[in-house]
Design a protein around this ligand. Structure first.
Ligand code: ZN
Length: 241
């Protein structure tokens, strides 16, 4: 039986030890390859000219071949990591750690792993999030799509009272739906397209934020982000029916 994709060999194809072994030049080439799909030619972020631009070794930058532009640019120019002071290898490690910690990682934990200051790790995490946000593919999902909502900031926290005679805390007795309309409550609705191969998991995810998990909110998101003829899987909540 096929196991979960994250347990498979393919999910472990690139690890921290491999990044550690890469030379500075190899890391630079890796970023160039990811950005332009090629290590030989670059697209100038100023004028968009795709060419083999002049490489200036001392500055680790290219100069645009277009005489009218002649802009100097690096592999990170025009991205969230532009004007970085950290080595590219540290940035690559941060991206890898961020991507493999599926439940998220705190800036403090990242700072310890990368041996950088807390503020540095904090800014790095925000830059990674910014680059994800700026590059989300908003084209419609198709095939098989799972939709579900997560309630964030649900109920007002009731003040803890002194122990009762039974030694049970009074707050524990408040029913789960006692205060369903916290003013800050938001529903993060996730629409996730699956790979057609069984067991491979999610291919692409689009998220939306709603005030309530009801049909108008879900209909709006599904009409915008899900192609017609898609098979949708949800839970038994009435809003999805
Ligand atoms: Zn240019």
């Amino acid at each position: 039986m096929a196991g979960h994709f994250l347990l498979s060999k393919e999910a472990r194809d690139f690890g921290l030890h491999q990044v550690e072994e890469l030379s500075t030049a190899a890391v630079h080439d890796f970023f160039a390859l990811q950005r332009w799909g090629d290590t030989g030619t670059q697209a100038c972020p100023g004028c968009g000219t795709i060419d083999k631009h002049y490489w200036i070794t001392s500055r680790k930058q290219w100069r645009c071949r277009s005489i009218a532009c002649a802009r100097m640019f690096s592999v990170t120019s025009g991205t969230a990591f532009a004007d970085h002071k950290l080595p590219l290898k540290t940035i690559l490690k941060a991206i890898l750690i961020f991507a493999t910690n599926v439940k998220g990682i705190s800036a403090l934990a990242l700072s310890r792993q990368l041996r950088v200051a807390y503020q540095t790790a904090f800014v790095l995490l925000h830059k990674i999030r910014e680059s994800i946000t700026c590059n989300i593919d908003h084209s419609q999902l198709e095939g098989t799509v799972h939709i579900d909502g997560a309630h964030v900031s649900g109920r007002l926290r009731k003040p803890r009272v002194k122990q009762l005679a039974t030694k049970t805390q009074a707050r524990d007795k408040i029913p789960a739906d006692a205060n369903p309309k916290h003013p800050n409550r938001r529903i993060v609705i996730v629409l996730r397209e699956l790979y057609p191969e069984k067991g491979r998991g999610g291919k692409r995810t689009i998220t939306g934020i709603a005030i309530t998990e009801d049909w108008p909110a879900i209909e709006k998101l599904s009409k915008k982000y899900v192609a017609e003829g898609t098979i949708i899987h949800t839970d038994e909540l009435g809003a999805y029916c």
